[in-house]
Design a binder for this molecule. Sequence first.
Ligand SMILES: [Zn+2]
Length: 486
Amino acid sequence: MKQTFYLLLLLLLGVSVSAQNSVYDLVIIGGRVIDPETKLDAIRNIGIKGNKIVIITKETIKGKQTIDAKSMVVAPGFIDLHAHGRTNKEQEYQVHDGLTTSLELEWGVDNLKEWYATREHKALINFGASVNWPFERFRAMKKYQAAAEELKKITIAGNSDLVVSNNAMAPSFLDTLTEDERIQMDQNIKSSLKDGGIGIGAPIGYLKFTRPVEFFHVFQLAVQQKTLVYSHVRDPNVYAVQEAISNAALTGASLHIVHINSMSLGNIQFAINLVEAARKRGLDITTELYPYTAASTSLQSAIFTDGWQERLGMTYQDIQLVSTGERLTKESFEKYRKEGGLAIMHMMKPEWIRAGIAAPGVMIASDGMGYAPLAHPRTAGTFSRVLAKYVREEKVIDLMTALEKMTLLPAKRLETIAPSMKKKGRLQVGMDADITIFNPETVQDNASFEKGLSFSTGVEYVVVNGVLLLNKGAIVENIYPGVRIR
Ligand SMILES: [Zn+2]
């Protein structure tokens, strides 16, 4: 009996000694570890082996590489469901802002298979995109087939972005599909889902003259394909939010409404209440916002068709041209709408944004644009801005809640259709080692409407799939740990 006891004791000691001696690939020591799922908020050490978190402990641990996280917050890597940048140029800004996963789900990506091929083993952080409904619709129409082939060449060359694809496809947005074309479009969507599309991007606001029956059909198809619809709704008002919710309710589709702030403007609280009421009814409907009072889009898009002043509640002076920073007049607006260009639209009030930030369950997503020196600051600063302005300065939400909106909620939104997300958005043993470490006292967005893009500061370390990508605030050169979200 006594011998057995000593044997057990030795075994136990042996186990604990071996745990202390075992060398992890990477250890993060002494940080304030926050996990929004288990609500852990305590000083812990984290050990990583390969791409996984293998231990979270109060005990001393050693690794081949050590990060001293004293006085810093150690959080799950931030996940952005809505970013239009398709290259590492934008991902550099995102890493400094704490992102470990950046997805283009609102608009989706045309020629998904070819685009994924351009990104494999080349991405800084995890990447993925939805099926682009406007594109699948466009290439289903015979008269646009040559134009669709052109767009494919641009994608393969790595030069496609939101504005390029919107402009190429825009003529088709005024056409109605024939029955044959609709059948072809369905085939296209199904095949792009098989190519790795994470849901269907249905930005009907850019195809606002599309008949309701076509938009409704997207939801029916999503149900049939067991996938998710993301929508920039038809117009910036609550009726359009109701149309999208109604389609989801009547078909049973899962729906994510993008940037509820610019979709509902002064009615943001009512729009959020609608989403909340839908959820109480058991519907799978979610939403997000970006923490800025201005929107941004292409001047040639349908957003600026006649009547925009009334729809958006703004005038020429509220439009800022991204290429030059100038505010527009009637004359310059007409000129640039013909020539093309990206606009920033100053059209929201600070209290609307605060209401969205404060609302439970509403996620943070950047809607970041393709790189341009004067691109909308959300491209570079969204996540740090929430931590600096809305957590630290204005105390609209606490840190745990903010991190939940940036990590766990977006991961959970996708995990039924992209199972790899079950291992993300959490700091727990067995989860992917996507980790963001920042100083809560100094984290700061630095991009602005006046000065343009600038890296956020205060995010000191970012680990992607177990690989240290941001070290003491600087990107480690020539490593590409980002993988495709499946
Ligand atoms: Zn949008």
